[in-house]
Design a protein around this ligand. Structure first.
Ligand code: AMP
Ligand code: MG
Length: 498
């Protein structure tokens, strides 16, 4: 008897039906153009989970059609490729017109959840918005964006996705010549805060309204019924941004370049560049070597998120109608952020109730972590192993601290607090392990995978991506990927160069 099912053929890329909702906007919103061909492209990596979002099976990854289309060498049926214009504030200063300088939107396709996802090729060649740039992205930064997009999604943090990285031996000049690549990004929309600022600062209220109506109709249809849909849009984006910032802080993620042109109108993590995950805890840590003032340091992110919402609010003001109504839409940010962070930190500590002194317990914990430069991810993961009546269960956690006596004093307070709500060791560990990832994209892990890839060995990129797909699982065979960074990693620097 035959025990094998005959699976229906999985759709290959050339079966994806493209349309392009963004292309229905007036011509001033974009420039239609095709990607610049990428010579002799090859597959570096592709994400099975991202592919599933658009009903694509991994069998498609090796296809010439897949590689050529995502390299930008072959047009996809019905796609209307374009580069969008936007502007933005960079490092707090109005930067004027920017735009997709190296990203080309192919269009949108049906998503498995019933919605639609836009596919964008990043690094697909120069556009009218490239300014001095060459329109390309190097393999190094493309792998970083790919790995982190998929890792963030697996952590449950809103983000644009990355379907694949296609490489080429073509060189681009950065600090040194580097090979180039194209990342296929996916999101329901790539509209940014800066897309709205563009029309506001160019004094084009009609275009501003057209864009807002496009975003509301496509992505926030429930707001159409609001008394003031533009105010409701600002309030909802403010809410999503506040929650996103809380999620970043709780996992130790640092974006690195929170310019308004990198802020998603959907509240997604967008435009991965010199990002990082907190290792030795220091709230003032700056992950972007180029950001010398620390505008986007870890502890600045929440207020920068609010500042960026103000920049969006300024741009939407003509549609909202008054300063008061605009300020009202922005006013909940701190409360929303604080409540979300509180919820996430309680979960990280395995606490289910709220007590008056919880803030003191948290403050004391962060002070100790900072004093001992404790690894952020290891601390929370190991905290889950603590047992209420067994101080020996603290050993590996305690080892992270220089001042062991101070740690013991804190652990005593923590135990007392846990007992107050009748916490059970087993249940608490399960819940904490689901909140505190074991595996994050440490800089040195990305660096190592990139070095292999630059020598044409893509196995480490693929392996790392798969490990990070299940960040909360133990995965004992990959335990070394969860360990402290090696000494050589302290010399690694990440800059805006990409
Ligand atoms: P980013 O800092 O990567 O968010 O980029 C800021 C702006 O510079 C955006 O408008 C990008 O499209 C543009 N840009 C960055 N790198 C390049 C490049 N190599 N070629 C063309 N435009 C670029
Ligand atoms: Mg950007």
């Amino acid at each position: 008897m035959n025990h094998r099912l005959a699976f229906p053929a999985a759709p290959a890329l050339d079966h994806l039906r493209f349309s392009n909702a963004f292309a229905s906007l007036p011509a001033a919103f974009y420039t239609k153009l095709t990607p610049t061909p990428l010579p002799a492209p090859y597959l570096v990596a592709a994400s099975t989970q991202a592919a599933q979002l658009i009903g694509l099976a991994p069998a498609a990854f090796g296809n010439d059609d897949f590689i050529q289309t995502l390299a930008g060498n072959r047009g996809a049926d019905d796609s209307q490729p374009l580069a969008a214009v936007y502007s933005g504030h960079q490092f707090g200063v109005w930067a004027g017109q920017l735009g997709d300088g190296r990203a080309i939107l192919l269009g949108d396709v049906a998503a498995a959840d019933g919605g639609r996802l836009e596919l964008q090729l990043k690094g697909a060649g120069a556009t009218p918005y490239s300014r001095m740039g060459d329109g390309r992205a190097v393999l190094r930064s493309s792998i970083r964006e790919y790995l982190c997009s998929e890792a963030m999604a697996a952590l449950g943090i809103p983000t644009s996705r990355a379907l694949a990285v296609i490489g080429s031996d073509q060189l681009a000049m950065r600090e040194r010549p580097e090979t180039t690549a194209v990342v296929t990004r996916m999101a329901p929309s790539f509209v940014r805060f800066g897309s709205f600022e563009h029309w506001y600062y160019n004094n084009q209220p009609e275009a501003l309204k057209t864009l807002a109506d496009h975003v509301i109709a496509g992505f926030y249809p429930e707001l159409q019924a609001a008394e003031n849909p533009y105010q409701a849009l600002l309030a909802e984006v403010t809410r999503r941004t506040a929650h996103l910032m809380a999620q970043w802080q709780a996992v130790g993620f640092m974006h690195g370049v929170m310019n308004t042109d990198n802020m998603s109108i959907l509240g997604l993590t967008l435009d991965y560049g010199p990002f990082g995950f907190m290792e030795a805890y220091d709230p003032r840590h700056i992950c972007n070597h180029t950001d010398q003032q620390g505008r986007y340091a870890y502890n600045q992110q929440p207020q920068i998120g609010h500042w960026n919402c103000f920049a969006l609010g300024q741009a939407l003001l003509p549609l909202i109608g008054s300063v008061e109504a605009t300020e009202a839409a922005l006013s909940n940010y701190q409360a929303l952020y604080g409540a979300k962070l509180d919820e996430l930190l309680h979960a990280k500590l395995g606490l289910v109730s709220r007590q008056a002194d919880d803030d003191k317990l948290l403050d004391a914990m962060f002070t100790l972590m900072q004093a001992s430069h404790v690894d952020f991810t290891l601390f929370f993961r190991r905290l889950g192993n603590l047992r209420l009546d067994d101080v020996d269960s603290d050993t590996t956690l305690r080892d992270l601290f220089i001042d062991r006596a101070a740690f013991d004093a804190w652990a005593l307070q923590y135990r007392t607090r846990l007992k107050l709500e009748n916490s059970q060791d087993g249940n608490r560990k399960l819940a904490m392990d689901a909140s505190n990832p074991k595996y994050v994209l440490r800089n040195y892990l990305a660096h190592t995978a990139i070095e292999h890839a630059q020598n044409k060995d893509f196995s480490e990129v693929r392996k790392l991506q798969q490990i990070l797909e299940n960040p909360f699982d133990e995965q004992p065979q990959h335990a070394q990927y969860a360990e402290l960074p090696p000494d050589w990693a302290s010399g690694l620097e990440v800059s805006c160069s990409s």
